[in-house]
Design a protein around this ligand. Structure first.
Ligand code: UD1
Ligand code: CA
Length: 459
């Protein structure tokens, strides 16, 4: 962490080109809000309390999302342009040292690049007020164009809309990532005049204001353009999402995770996966999911905010919500674990089994076609095919307790609230409404009668 460096992140705009009711910077790529990517990159370099995020559109929602990361906020009540957004930080952001100015819609930016920018600026000749990152793009449409002066310095930045036909041909563009001398910034930012066409105050015009005072702006030209992608519409959002997921998958593979056909797999940024785990094609691993070592995540499975121990096998096409699966659990194919399940070590869940708010004890099994909701199931229990916990009476939810070592026969209907004591048996096809004590057999069905000669009489 560098003590004399601070950062300002602009995140007040609506993002008209997104055509959305949601503020642009809250849209997600790689399972994380755009602005959160930028804040995380900045926070790796600058301590959180030295990062000021400018909020405006849906300020409450943006602040709520970012507050856990420990930054400061400045409110830009009216979005009068990127220069205005920085100007309102005067008195909030530090008065001296170096300031990184970043846009909240550039999620691909990396710490190493920010570091390089700071180092380049430090090494620049005296009289350099700012250094900014530029790249050469085959198609520069939409970005501000860099106008170079006689000594190769940046003389001006011309926005797409204002560019004449010669300027529009320039392929070197403004990334919107700047390192400036804070003292000079605060001294001169007030001199930017509104753009004649839009009436907005453009941060990019600061280059000319500096030049007017004999101060220079220099450029760090990046070879790799992918990091500076600014997201203005949903096509660019999809591009950023793809690049972030490629990076994530690549990092996991380098860290010892096997990912088959990684281009088909979607893994969110916050996910962690232990070594020797195999992720099969078309799996989606979302949110704050944490997976241990030597697990298998079957093709087409979707995990969201799940926690898996080691040697867990998730078969094909399982859907797992906020649930914990301890070591050596196996589920699927086609299992659905909704919210708040706790599957203890060595338990097995098979196809077409749905669980909700249920604990399944160590080595217990529910292998086929069951609904287990609001249930507390002990260790070594066998749940037969077709078992249903009737947890809802039309008004309230009730719990079912099944003691250790019990055996629930197939197609049993367990009407909650219900207690099955340890070591009891439930006969297949029963409707059970009363407690079954330890060692008892619960039978709740009519007895079978066989009518002799019935078939012949009917014919
Ligand atoms: C901006 C640059 C352009 C550069 C491009 C890089 C200006 C005038 N232009 O254009 O040179 O090539 O980024 O991606 O700076 N914002 C505010 N308050 C405002 C206006 C914007 O906080 O009043 C925020 C937005 O939320 C956004 C960021 O600033 O996160 C950039 O604004 P945007 O409108 O996307 O700028 P571009 O037109 O892309
Ligand atoms: Ca932009």
């Amino acid at each position: 962490m560098t003590q004399d460096v601070s950062a300002i992140i602009l995140a007040a705009g609506l993002g008209t080109r997104m055509k959305s009711r949601k503020a642009k910077v809250l849209h997600e790529a790689g399972g994380m809000a755009l602005v959160e990517h930028v804040l995380r990159a900045a926070s790796e370099l600058v301590p959180g309390e030295r990062v000021t995020v400018v909020v405006g559109h849906q300020a409450d929602a943006v602040e709520e999302r970012l507050r856990p990361l420990g930054c400061r906020f400045a409110e830009q009540k009216q979005q009068n342009g990127t220069g205005h957004a920085v100007a309102i930080c005067k008195g909030i952001a530090p008065a001296e040292g170096l300031l990184l100015l970043l846009y909240g819609d550039c999620p691909l930016l990396r710490k190493a690049t920010l570091n390089r920018l700071v180092e380049t600026h430090r090494a620049a000749p005296a009289g350099t007020a700012a250094t900014l990152i530029t790249v050469e793009l085959p198609d520069p449409t939409g970005y501000g164009r860099i106008i170079r002066g006689p000594e190769g310095e940046v003389a001006a930045i011309v926005e797409q809309k204002a560019a004449n036909s010669v300027q529009a041909e320039i392929r070197e563009i403004n990334s919107g990532i700047y390192c400036v001398d804070a003292k000079l910034l605060w001294q001169y930012i007030g001199e930017i005049t509104p753009n004649p066409a839009s009436g907005e105050i453009y941060l990019t015009d600061l280059v000319e204001v500096f030049a007017h005072h004999g101060l220079q702006t220099r450029a760090l030209v990046l070879e790799d353009a992918s990091e500076i992608l600014g997201i203005n519409n949903r096509v660019e959002l999809a591009t950023a999402d793809r690049i972030l997921r490629e990076r994530k998958a690549k990092q996991l593979m380098l860290d010892g995770v096997t990912i088959l056909q990684p281009e088909t797999v979607a893994i969110d940024m916050a996910v962690t996966i232990g070594i020797d785990t195999i992720v099969e094609p078309f799996a989606q691993i979302r949110g704050n999911t944490h997976i241990g070592e030597n697990c298998r995540i079957g093709a087409g499975s979707i995990l969201r905010d799940a926690v898996l121990g080691n040697q867990v096998s998730v078969g094909e096409y399982c859907i797992v919500g906020t649930s914990t699966l301890e070591d050596e659990v196996s589920i699927g194919p086609f299992s659905r674990l909704r919210q708040e399940n706790h599957i203890e070590a060595g338990a097995h869940i098979g196809n077409f089994v749905e669980l909700k708010k249920t604990r399944l004890g160590r080595r217990s099994k529910a292998m086929h076609l069951a609904y287990l909701g609001d249930a507390d199931i002990g260790t070594g229990v066998n749940i037969g095919a077709g078992t249903i916990t009737c947890n809802y009476d039309g008004k309230l939810k009730h719990r079912t307790h099944i003691g250790d070592g019990s055996f629930v026969g197939s197609n049993s209907t367990l009407v909650a609230p219900l207690e099955l004591e340890p070591g009891c048996y439930i006969a297949a096809g029963s409707v059970i409404t009363k407690r079954v004590k330890q060692g008892e057999l619960g039978v709740g069905r009519s007895r079978q009668t066989n009518v002799e000669g019935w078939v012949a009489r009917k014919a």
